[in-house]
Design a protein around this ligand. Structure first.
Ligand code: PLP
Length: 328
């Protein structure tokens, strides 16, 4: 089926490659693993968020936006990619970050500052109300005669989901061209938009394999609801004919570990293992947890030995640096 896309900017280096992970496959002693390298979407904009921002910022540009406002953790990949993309478009970025002004200017935060993003630092309690905080900031800009555009956490709304509809479309073409038949896709789930986009794309393209999402915070019922809401909104706004079935959603719970942004030794070990076997860098907050989940699911027999798995590398490399002490 040919998908009718909504307006989009071209920021990311696409298509990102699909690479076989032969040495990792041998080490995990099970299913064959390939990796979709969305860490290659760019350098400043590296990772999954730029795919969503291609659509979100197209709308922002159409509205002649002066300031893009978004939010995230102090090491948010999404906030960093937004700051970089906004700079490129000549827009100001204003980030609401969950963390202290005194924290080290490292990793993603260093890049936010390099891009001259304005930052409002908030406590975890304040951050829970991030939508209202961003609405207040937008209101202040509007009073100064500026146009403000608010992007929700992770760029995870119906418009942002288009990024991963397009990513699935791109991947299906690659699989077809290389005659690679996979049985399963796996990705990390942090705010739900990537997984929602993949599942919407899978519905539109009628794919015949499963897509599992590994939640790195909250739990399966929470994300099942979030993904269903994004997909339902997508259907309402863009694709009334979408045959959305919420029972396609499969969130694999049990890998939050010590909590959001916190790492166990086993998670750190699998990040080192991948680096040393394949020369690939995954992050401790998202892709490292999803990779640990993949390893555990293979070892538990939840993914059979004869399966072919495509693992989405959704980026996050800069958040390795502030966590350097966990590795050595
Ligand atoms: C590197 C990385 N991978 C995966 C995710 C999860 O994507 P989503 O927020 O769309 O669920 C995020 C962001 O949350 C991320 O920064």
């Amino acid at each position: 089926m040919k998908i009718n896309y909504t307006d989009r900017l071209c920021f990311a280096h696409l298509p990102t490659p699909i690479q076989p992970m032969k040495r990792l496959t041998s080490a995990f002693e099970g299913a064959k693993i390939w990796m979709k390298r969305d860490d290659y979407t760019g350098i400043g904009v590296s990772g999954n968020k730029i795919r969503k921002l291609e659509f979100l910022l197209a709308e922002a540009q159409k509205k002649q936006t002066d300031v893009v406002i978004t939010c995230g953790g102090i090491q948010s990949n999404h906030a960093r990619a937004t700051a970089v993309a906004a700079a490129k478009l000549g827009m100001k970025s204003h980030l609401v970050l969950n963390g202290s002004r005194t924290v080290a200017r490292d990793g993603n935060l260093m890049i936010d500052l390099l891009m001259d993003a304005e930052i409002t630092y908030v406590t975890p309690e304040e951050y829970a109300d991030n939508l209202n905080i961003m609405a207040g900031i937008a209101h202040d800009y509007r009073r100064q005669g500026k146009t403000a555009y608010v992007i929700p956490e992770g760029g995870s709304n119906a418009l942002g989901a288009w990024g991963y509809v397009a990513a699935l479309d791109e991947t299906m073409q690659q699989l077809q061209e290389t005659d690679l038949r996979i049985d399963l896709m796996i990705c990390a789930v942090g705010s739900g938009g990537t997984y929602a986009g993949l599942q919407i794309g899978a519905t539109l393209l009628d794919v015949n394999f499963e897509i599992w999402g590994v939640n790195v915070c909250d739990d399966a019922p929470f994300f099942t609801k979030v993904v269903d809401q994004i997909a339902s909104e997508f259907k309402k706004r863009y694709y009334p004919d979408l045959d959305w079935q919420h029972n396609r959603i499969k969130i694999i719970d049990g890998f939050v570990g010590k909590g959001y942004g916190l790492s166990s030794q086993e998670e750190i070990d699998v990040i080192k293992q991948l680096a040393r076997l394949e020369g690939v860098l995954v992050d401790p907050v998202y892709t490292g947890k999803a990779l640990f989940a993949l390893k555990s699911l293979i070892h538990r027999g939840d993914i059979a030995i004869d399966k072919k798995v495509l693992f989405w590398h959704t980026g996050g490399v800069f958040s390795l640096f502030p966590k350097r002490d966990l590795f050595f």
